[in-house]
Ligand binder design. Structure first.
Ligand SMILES: Nc1nc2c(c(=O)[nH]1)N[C@H]1C(S)=C(S)[C@@H](COP(=O)(O)OP(=O)(O)OC[C@H]3O[C@@H](n4cnc5c(=O)[nH]c(N)nc54)[C@H](O)[C@@H]3O)O[C@H]1N2
Ligand SMILES: Nc1nc2c(c(=O)[nH]1)N[C@H]1C(S)=C(S)[C@@H](COP(=O)(O)OP(=O)(O)OC[C@H]3O[C@@H](n4cnc5c(=O)[nH]c(N)nc54)[C@H](O)[C@@H]3O)O[C@H]1N2
Ligand code: SF4
Ligand SMILES: [Mo]
Length: 594
C-alpha cells in the first residue's frame, strides 16, 4: 500500500492508502484526525469521474508535444495565470515560477475565505489554526456559518458530546444535535456579535485580567457596541431577546469554541463579521486557553518558506478582467462556473485569443478553451499536502505511472524549455524543501508554525501586540435606493425579495462531481409549489430553475447550491471591503413563474 493524501479543497485533508495494483480503490489510513475514513467524494466520485485523456488544440486531438508547443507560443503574448483550488497540494503552485520567468500576470485575493481572513489579521495580527484536538476539549461549541457535517465531516466526531449551538439561516444537519439554533437573517452576523459583546460586558461576564493584558481597548469597544440600537437589531436579525439570553448563558460556561465557516463572510463586510466574532471571544478571554478559541479556515502555509511565492503583477481573482489578456492559462479551476457574475466572466473569456485549460475534467471553462492539457491526477504524481483545518502535513507519493496528461512540475519545465528560459530546480528539491520544514511528533509531520494553544503570548507573529477591536462600521447592502433601482429595472413595485444563499453541499466538491439539476429551494410561504418552473432574477442575471420546497427554510431565503450550473449568473462581481474576496452573498433575487 502506498501513502498519499486527498488533494480536494476540503478542511479535512485525509490520509489515504492505495494499492498500486488496484488504484480505483482508495482507503482511509490511520491518522489522529481523519482516522481511517474517507468521504464519498474521494472513494466513490473521484475514481468514477470521466477524465480528459487527450490534449487538444482548436478542437483537434494532438500529441502532448504539439499541445505544449501551442502553449509556449500562446505564452509569448500578454498572458495571465488563473489557478483554482481543484487540487490543494503544494506543487500546484510551481506554475508561479513559470509566470515569474515568462512574464505572466497572476491573481490575488480569493473566491473563498479572503474577507474573513483579512478580518482575523486586522484583529489578531495573524490567522493561526485552532487544532481539532483543542476543539475536542471544549464544553460549548458555537457553529457559526459552517456546515460541519458536509464540509468537514471528520470534525463531527470531535464535537459529538458537546453542547452545540448553531447560528445559520438554514437548518443544517448538525442542528439536530444542537440545544439552540439561531436561524438568523443572512448577513446579520455582525450585528449579533455586537449585541453579544455588549450584553456580556453589561452582565459583567468579561475576563478583565486577560483583557487588560491582551486587549486593553475593550472599554472603548463597549462604547462602540452601545451605538447600535438593541430593539432594531434584534428585529433585523430576526431573533428574540430570549434566544439571545439563552446564548449568553451558554457562552459563560467554561470552555467555548466558535467554529466559524466561510458562510458568514461571503459578502463585502465579511472582515467585520470575523472581527466582531473574534471580539466576543476576546471579551470572554477565550484566546490562548486550552479548549477555547475561534476556529476558521486557517492560513495553512503560515510559517512555510515557500519557493513558489513570487512578486508579480496581479489581478483580483474574483473579478479578473480576462479580456485584457491575449492568453489565459487556467489551471485546476473552473472560473466560468465558480467566479461570481458568470455572464460577465464568460463574455470576457470569449474575447481572449488563447484559453489554455489545464485540468482533469471537462467543464464550463474547458468548453471555452482552445488548448486543452490533461493534468495528472494526484495518484500519478508526488506532492505534499497541508490543511486549513488541522495541523498535519502529509507526503503524497505517486501511486502509479500513467500515460495520461502531465504534472504541473513537468508542464512548467517543458514550457520553460520551449521558451528558452532557465529551468527550475528538480521536483524532489521542492518536495524535500517542504518536508524538511515540518516538525516531527510521534511519526507525524506537523506544519511549521503550528502551536498547540495559539495566541498564548498575545497577538501578531512575535506575540507582542494586543488584539485590535473595531471602531468604525459601514454597510449599505440594505440600502433602499439600490433596491428600488433594481425593482424599477424589473418593473415590479411590490415584488418580494429573497436573500440568495449558495452554500456547499455533500453532493459535490465545488464544481467537481456535480449533479446536473438546477433547483431553487424555497419555504412554503414563498408562494410556489414543488416542481414549479421559475426564473430567478438578480441585478446581474437570470437563471431558470425548478422549485423544491424546504419547510425548514426562512421565508425570506432562496437556496441554490453552489454546484448548480449557472448559479453565478446571479451573483455580483464587486470585491469585499478587505481581502479582495468574492461576495456571493451580497445579492437579493426575485422569483417569477416561467
Ligand atoms: N462536501 C463538500 N465539502 C466542501 C466543499 C464542497 O463543495 N462540498 N467545498 C470546500 C470549500 S472550497 C470550502 S471554502 C468549505 C466551505 O465550507 P463552510 O465553511 O461550511 O462554508 P459554506 O458551505 O459556504 O457555508 C456554511 C454555512 O453558512 C451558511 N450561511 C450562508 N450565509 C450566511 C450568513 O450570512 N450568516 C450565517 N451565520 N450563515 C450563513 C450556509 O447556510 C451554510 O450552511 O467547504 C469545503 N468542503
Ligand atoms: N455561488 C458560489 N460560487 C462559489 C462558491 C460559493 O459558495 N457559492 N464557493 C467558492 C469557493 S469557496 C471556491 S474555493 C471556488 C472553487 O472554484 P474552483 O477553484 O474553480 O474549483 P472547481 O470549480 O472545483 O474546479 C476544479 C477543477 O480543477 C481541476 N483539477 C482537479 N485536480 C487537478 C490537478 O491535480 N491538476 C490540475 N491542473 N487540475 C485539477 C478539475 O478539472 C476541476 O474541474 O468556488 C467558489 N464559487
Ligand atoms: S474530500 Fe475531505 S473528507 Fe473527503 S476524503 Fe477528501 S479530505 Fe477527506
Ligand atoms: Mo473554498
Amino acid at each position: 500500500m502506498i501513502q498519499t493524501a486527498c488533494p480536494l479543497d476540503c478542511y479535512d485533508a485525509c490520509k489515504v492508502l492505495v494499492d498500486p495494483k488496484n488504484p480505483k480503490k482508495l482507503f482511509g489510513a490511520p491518522h489522529p484526525y481523519t482516522k481511517e475514513r474517507l468521504c464519498v467524494h474521494l472513494y466513490r466520485h473521484f475514481p468514477n469521474a470521466k477524465r480528459i485523456t487527450k490534449p487538444k488544440v482548436n478542437g483537434k486531438e494532438v500529441s502532448l508535444d504539439e499541445a505544449l508547443d501551442a502553449v509556449a507560443d500562446a505564452l509569448k503574448k500578454k498572458w495571465l495565470l488563473w489557478r483554482g483550488s481543484g487540487n490543494l497540494a503544494l506543487m500546484q503552485e510551481v506554475t508561479n515560477l513559470l509566470a515569474k520567468r515568462a512574464n505572466g500576470v497572476i491573481t490575488r485575493g480569493s473566491l473563498c475565505d479572503g474577507a474573513g481572513d483579512a478580518g482575523i489579521v486586522e484583529g489578531r495580527g495573524v490567522n493561526k489554526l485552532l487544532s481539532p484536538h483543542q476543539i475536542a476539549k471544549a464544553d460549548v461549541v458555537v457553529i457559526w456559518g459552517r456546515n460541519v457535517t458536509e464540509t468537514s465531516p471528520h470534525l463531527v466526531d470531535f464535537i459529538k458530546d458537546k453542547k452545540i449551538v448553531v447560528i445559520d439561516p438554514r437548518k443544517i444537519p448538525i442542528t439536530k444535535n444542537a440545544i439552540l439554533h439561531l436561524q438568523i437573517k443572512p448577513r446579520s452576523d455582525f450585528y449579533l456579535a455586537i449585541l453579544l459583546a455588549r450584553f456580556l460586558i453589561m452582565e459583567g461576564a468579561e475576563d478583565s485580567p486577560w483583557l487588560e493584558k491582551f486587549a486593553s481597548e475593550w472599554e472603548d469597544y463597549y462604547e462602540f457596541t452601545r451605538t447600535f440600537r438593541i430593539k432594531a437589531i434584534l428585529e433585523h436579525i430576526g431573533i428574540s431577546l430570549d434566544d439571545l439570553g439563552d446564548l449568553l448563558l451558554l457562552l459563560q460556561e467554561k470552555r467555548v469554541v466558535f467554529l466559524v465557516g466561510a458562510g458568514v463572510q461571503r459578502n463585502c463586510i465579511g472582515n467585520m463579521t470575523l472581527r466582531a466574532i473574534d471580539a466576543v471571544a476576546a471579551i470572554l478571554g477565550l484566546f490562548g486557553k486550552e479548549g477555547c478559541g475561534v476556529s476558521y479556515l486557517s492560513n495553512s502555509k503560515l510559517g512555510l518558506e515557500n519557493p513558489f511565492e513570487i512578486t508579480a503583477k496581479s489581478e483580483p481573482k474574483a473579478a479578473t478582467p480576462f479580456a485584457k489578456y491575449e492568453s489565459v492559462l487556467i489551471q485546476g479551476g473552473n472560473p466560468a462556473h465558480s467566479m461570481p457574475n458568470s455572464n460577465k466572466v464568460v463574455k470576457e473569456l470569449k474575447e481572449v485569443e488563447n484559453i489554455i485549460y489545464f485540468g482533469l475534467y471537462e467543464n464550463e471553462t474547458s468548453a471555452l478553451s482552445n488548448i486543452i492539457i490533461p493534468a495528472k491526477s494526484f495518484l500519478e504524481k508526488d506532492d505534499v499536502r497541508l490543511s486549513y483545518g488541522h495541523e498535519y502535513m502529509l507526503k503524497m507519493n505517486k501511486v502509479y505511472e500513467s500515460d495520461i496528461g502531465i504534472s504541473e512540475y513537468d508542464f512548467t519545465q517543458e514550457i520553460l524549455k520551449r521558451l528558452n528560459l532557465e529551468p527550475i530546480e528538480s521536483e524532489s528539491f521542492y518536495i524535500e524543501h517542504f518536508l524538511k520544514q515540518a516538525k516531527r511528533v510521534d511519526d507525524h509531520l506537523i506544519s511549521p508554525a503550528f502551536e498547540e494553544i495559539p495566541y498564548k503570548d498575545g497577538f501578531s507573529e512575535d506575540g507582542e501586540d494586543e488584539f485590535e477591536f473595531i471602531d468604525d462600521f459601514y454597510d449599505d447592502f440594505e440600502n433602499i435606493k439600490a433596491l428600488r433601482r433594481f425593482r424599477r429595472k424589473v418593473k415590479k413595485e411590490t415584488q418580494k425579495f429573497f436573500y440568495l444563499l449558495t452554500p456547499k453541499s455533500k453532493r459535490s466538491l465545488n464544481s467537481q462531481f456535480a449533479p446536473s439539476e438546477v433547483k431553487v429551494y424555497l419555504s412554503k410561504e414563498a408562494g410556489f409549489k414543488e416542481g414549479d418552473e421559475v426564473v430567478v432574477i438578480s441585478d446581474n442575471g437570470a437563471l431558470k430553475a425548478i422549485v423544491a420546497i424546504d419547510d425548514e427554510l426562512r421565508s425570506d431565503v432562496a437556496v441554490i447550491y453552489s454546484y448548480t450550473k449557472g448559479v453565478n449568473k446571479l451573483t455580483p462581481s464587486h470585491l469585499s471591503d478587505e481581502g479582495e474576496n468574492a461576495c456571493y452573498g451580497d445579492v437579493k433575487v426575485i422569483i417569477e413563474p416561467l
